[in-house]
Design a protein around this ligand. Sequence first.
Ligand SMILES: [Zn+2]
Ligand SMILES: [Zn+2]
Length: 147
Amino acid sequence: MLEYAGNWLECRNRNCGFPTRVPYSCRTKKVAGRTTDSAPFLFACPVCLHINPYENKELRRVRFRWPDPYKTGKLVLYSALVGCAHPLCPTELTIFTPAASTVSLAALLGLWKSWTLDIQCGRHRFRMRNNESWWIQEEKSLAGADC
Ligand SMILES: [Zn+2]
Ligand SMILES: [Zn+2]
């Protein structure tokens, strides 16, 4: 039987824990046994819509029986560049999330309005700006670049 290497990312929301398949990422490439990039990334769970920071080591290598849905065009990994709505705050965060390729961006934006993000931004809590101002693009990997 054919097997395909891929990664699972398990939702950190304890009431959810949903494992999402994510595209192979250069974040998981190792050089001399060490990961090259250990910066955390923000990932929105497609099930409970909670956004949490994750690290490379939370990506679990799994052998799948079906091909990478990102390569076959069934799933798309999006990144949204979201500014903080706090007055004068320059912070912008990149949030990754997967979606079925058949769902329109307009429908996704309707869903992403319900994203829950609870992180500090300097001295205040990060507040997402209206999603009309987000910069959304398709990504090949969680590294945010084609690698
Ligand atoms: Zn979840
Ligand atoms: Zn802020």
